[in-house]
Ligand binder design. Structure first.
Ligand code: THU
Length: 133
């Protein structure tokens, strides 16, 4: 990944994973999204006793960035204990802002399991242009 400090992004995702609130699933996730101007926003999954209210790490990170005025993303790192892949809802939210964003899927030791893009993770997607027809 040219111009992207992948190790630093993974490290920030690892730090976020340590803050996960996941008492129900026991599956801690950390994410770190990199804006095109070099800022990093992090997120962890935040669960709730009312299970459907929980939110994934990727969406926490992206919503934090968007709510602070940053919508242009170049990469996101996602860290779990086993290199799990982003869920469908998170893929859709990533696609809303940055279909060409690089997605680095790593485990909590920092080992990269997969480098891909949002477009590859969400082929034949629904997007804003579909609402114009
Ligand atoms: N989770 C994420 O944070 N990101 C994903 O992409 C997959 C799933 C969280 C949601 C829930 O808190 C736990 O992992 C188990 O599904």
């Amino acid at each position: 990944m040219p111009d992207i400090d992948e190790d630093a992004l993974i490290q920030r995702a690892q730090q976020a994973q340590a803050r996960a609130y996941a008492p129900y699933s026991g599956y801690a996730v950390g994410a770190a999204v990199l804006t095109t101007d070099g800022r990093i926003f992090t997120g962890c999954n935040v669960e709730n006793a009312v299970y459907p209210l929980g939110l994934c790490a990727e969406r926490v990170a992206i919503f934090k960035a968007v709510s602070e005025g940053f919508r242009d993303f170049q990469a996101i790192a996602v860290v779990t204990r086993n290199g799990g892949s982003p869920c469908g809802s998170c893929r859709q939210v990533m696609h809303e802002f940055a279909p060409s964003m690089v997605v680095v899927i790593a485990d909590e030791t920092g080992r990269v399991h997969r480098r891909t893009t949002v477009a590859d993770l969400l082929p034949d997607s629904f997007g804003a242009s579909d609402l114009e027809r």
